[in-house]
Design a protein around this ligand. Structure first.
Ligand code: HEM
Length: 535
């Protein structure tokens, strides 16, 4: 029966044969083979630390899925045994990310020449930053670094900056007093960004933008600057940006318009300043960076070396480097003060001791009081605020303004821990993860604890390649002292007069960008210190 044609056995065998010889079998085999290959591809990565990638697209899906909590996802990759991991981007790009201080020292100092910023970093920023210090390598970078280091360390610039920082901190606190008097909540991050833009423009160009004037206006330069900044950094994750640029559409068209606003503004100032300085040769130069750079050209008889474009690039790079970093650090610091009011109390206690001015029990804060107290905050006085310095450093440990920083390997290399680096790989260190490693900071690494930075009340700096918020090595941040000065001035003035409270339910989370800003801002209420808090 079963050998007879037409029986069920034969029918199923025929069916199998015809299916196997047909299209569906081919497709099924191809899918099966592909799945097996994928399985093998991912198994083969078994021993490589880091998330497993897919052929061609690498970890693009994982990165996109984790984008909103990228820095925490990075931190989860590390353990006591894994201090370096690999991240496969779309082929052929690979990232090597480390939290091992020995590797960090090797990348940033020992083998510095093998780890420039490279095209990966410089190209997307070129339209905005040109050939300024932040976006160049090699001889061009070296020369700017030499000039800028000299200018940044001058006592004249320091004095000029202290005055600007004080003036702008007073404006910010006066606005807080207004909000406090009406019990209105406000976005403190926005105010900090306005303040640091005002002060970097004052120090950079000698120009007051007045973003902190009482009406909190929308300033065209500020708007164009923010937008250009955002779009330039967005290019890192927008695979279509070069096409959009070529077609002059979408965000790229917007970027072009913004850069034009910045250029018109900047070139106008440069031309006027050159004219003024040429007309009044006997007049002492102003103290802003632009005047100092033009002055230096005259002194060194190298006028031709600094074209208007070169000066524009220098000043805009300085503003980019200093503005957002300081503002977001202040924002995270104030957020910490809302979570740890006992730390804010200690900062005020220290202020009272150092300035010898007891905190007054006021119901309403007046501008006169603010100005009067601000006069006490000199460079020397701020230098004595060790606990405040520790609280700011602790903020930077947990919320570094630059959470991850990547270079581009010029040649194949091997890091001190044995990790292999291929030429062209993005090779980065990760301050956000480093600040949270128990192996570096102890079991209480997750706690906000300023006292870890103090010994007998005196601030103790941490090793440079362990606390990397300001980078380290030849490209270390040039504005570290200046930023502490501004942050201490602002923090002291705000906390002396106000207690801050987070608006209940306000979400605090970072925005995944090059700088660790707060996605929803920092909405708080301010009440005069020592008066009862708002219910
Ligand atoms: C809390 C505040 C700040 C933090 C956390 C910070 C951090 C950093 C970091 C991580 C870098 C290295 C970036 C890179 O090369 O990829 C850097 C570079 C730089 N920073 Fe800062 N910065 C701060 C404030 C400032 C300020 C206020 C200024 C200006 C006065 C400034 C000027 C610079 C300059 C010019 C560079 C480029 C150095 C070079 O490439 O040689 N920074 N900063």
């Amino acid at each position: 029966m079963e050998n007879e044609p037409g029986c069920p056995y034969h029918r199923s065998q025929d069916l199998l044969m015809s299916w196997m010889s047909g299209y569906p079998f081919f497709v099924a085999s191809a899918i099966g083979g592909f799945v097996a290959w994928l399985w093998w591809y991912r198994q083969a990565q078994g021993n490589i630390p880091g998330p497993k990638g897919w052929p061609i697209i690498g970890c693009t899906i994982e990165v996109m899925a984790k984008w909103h909590r990228m820095h925490d996802w990075f931190a989860e990759q590390y353990s006591d045994t894994t201090k370096t991991f690999y991240l496969y981007f779309a082929y052929p790009q690979i990232g090597v990310y480390t939290v091992d201080p020995a590797n960090v020292e090797y990348i940033l100092k020992t083998n510095f020449s093998n780890y420039p910023k490279g095209r990966t970093n410089n190209y997307p920023l070129h339209d905005l930053l040109g050939t300024g210090i932040f976006a160049t390598d090699g001889a061009l970078w070296k020369e700017q670094r030499r000039v800028a280091s000299y200018e940044f360390s001058s006592a004249t610039l320091r004095e000029f900056s202290t005055v600007a920082f004080r003036e702008h901190a007073v404006k910010l606190v006066t606005i807080l007093a207004r909000f406090a008097s009406t019990a209105e909540d406000f976005d403190l991050q926005d105010l900090c960004l306005r303040m640091t833009l005002d002060s970097t423009c004052k120090i950079g160009f000698g120009v007051d933008l007045d973003c902190l004037s009482p009406s909190l206006p929308s300033v065209p330069f500020a708007k164009a600057f923010d937008e250009a900044n955002y779009i330039s950094f967005y290019r890192y994750c927008d695979p279509l940006w070069q096409l959009k640029r070529m077609l002059k559409i979408g965000s790229e068209r917007k970027l072009k318009e913004c850069v034009k606003v910045l250029d018109d503004f900047t070139f106008d100032i440069i031309n006027k300043r050159r004219k003024d300085m040429a007309a009044f040769t006997d007049k002492p130069s102003q103290s802003d960076l632009l005047s100092r750079f033009i002055d230096m050209c005259k002194r060194d008889n190298e006028g031709a070396a600094y074209t208007n474009k070169a000066l524009r690039d220098m000043i805009l790079n300085f503003i980019i480097a200093g503005r957002d970093t300081t503002a977001v650090t202040l924002s995270w610091f104030f957020y910490m003060m809302t979570c740890h009011p006992e730390v804010a109390d200690k900062i005020v206690e220290e202020l009272v001791t150092v300035t010898e001015q007891p905190a007054k029990h006021t119901q309403e804060v007046t501008e006169e009081e603010i100005v009067e107290f601000a006069q006490l905050l000199t460079y020397e006085t701020l230098g004595k605020l060790h606990y405040l310095h520790a609280a700011l450093s602790e903020t930077l440990r947990l919320y570094p303004a630059v959470p991850v920083d990547g270079k581009e390997a010029a040649e194949d290399d091997v890091l001190p821990d044995g990790s292999k680096v291929k030429k062209g790989s993005i090779t980065g260190y990760v301050p956000y993860s480093m600040g949270r490693m128990k192996s570096l900071w102890g079991d209480d690494a997750a706690e906000f604890k300023p006292t870890r930075w103090l010994k007998d009340g005196v601030f103790q700096p941490q090793p440079l390649f362990k606390f990397t918020a300001f980078q380290a090595g030849p490209r270390t941040c040039l504005g570290k002292d200046s930023s502490y000065l501004q942050m201490k001035m602002t923090a002291a003035l705000v906390l002396r007069f106000f207690s801050l409270r987070l608006v209940p339910g306000h979400p605090v989370h970072y925005r995944t960008m090059l700088v660790l800003s707060m996605l929803h801002g920092l909405r708080v209420t301010a009440t005069p210190r020592s008066s009862p808090p708002l219910q």
